[in-house]
Design a protein around this ligand. Sequence first.
Ligand SMILES: CC(C)(COP(=O)(O)OP(=O)(O)OC[C@H]1O[C@@H](n2cnc3c(N)ncnc32)[C@H](O)[C@@H]1OP(=O)(O)O)[C@@H](O)C(=O)NCCC(=O)NCCS
Length: 237
Amino acid sequence: MVPEYDMILLSEPIDAESMFVEVSIMKNGKRPDPNVIHPIAGYDKEIYVKPTISNPNIIVGDFTYIADSEFESHVTHHYEWNGDKLIIGKFCQIAAGVEFVMNGANHQMNAVSTFPFYTLEGWNMDPPAQYDLPHKGDTVIGNDVWIGQNSVILPGVYIGDGAIIGANSVVGSDVEPYTIVVGNPAKVLRKRFDDDLIALLLRFKWWDKSIEEIDCLIPILTCSDLEKVREQIEARL
Ligand SMILES: CC(C)(COP(=O)(O)OP(=O)(O)OC[C@H]1O[C@@H](n2cnc3c(N)ncnc32)[C@H](O)[C@@H]1OP(=O)(O)O)[C@@H](O)C(=O)NCCC(=O)NCCS
């Protein structure tokens, strides 16, 4: 543990102003910038997603990244006429091969055939009414969610803050905050922390703090001594 970390974790809580003095010079003299596309100089296979988005129905928070050189091709069957939104919070970590499947993927299921005649040339069928198409609503991902490699997020799913989606999972139902799910269909492996710590983290909402404050909080956010973390967060609420 580097000395500054000891100071922040082991001392009495310090006021916000003195915390900022500690980090007035940030790493390499640089300040993290959520509006740059490439957060790793010279490496184009990891991007901050927000500055790359052109679709108004995709909303992504600061510092959420994907392990790829672009994002929107990971959002499939997303048609303007459906009006569904993909909303992703801040500081999410999206691995390579992840797919967000949107409502346009779902064929009509309440008739005897699921064949989408209306989408293909020459067939004599008008588009079905919206109420005849399965529509599961917006897909909403919280903050600080880690989505493992090649996972598929199905339409209308909500994934809470701090959740972890295991590699190759297919997520078809909601995931509670700070919960790990794995598999197809994704099932709960375990909660990450006890209910009290989860409630504390959901009140603390570190991702909504200023860049300087988050930089100061890194020793707390990355400390595995959860009792110490609990004390430090409680002291700051
Ligand atoms: C979900 C994950 C974080 C769980 O890690 P963990 O807590 O160390 O879990 P364990 O390895 O102890 O496994 C616990 C059980 O879950 C199962 N499991 C773990 N990950 C799984 C996955 N992705 N899919 C299905 N089952 C999984 C294990 O087989 C084990 O099952 P068992 O109890 O029947 O033996 C990890 O396995 C994972 O998938 N990480 C994603 C990695 C990734 O995609 N990174 C992308 C680059 S950032």
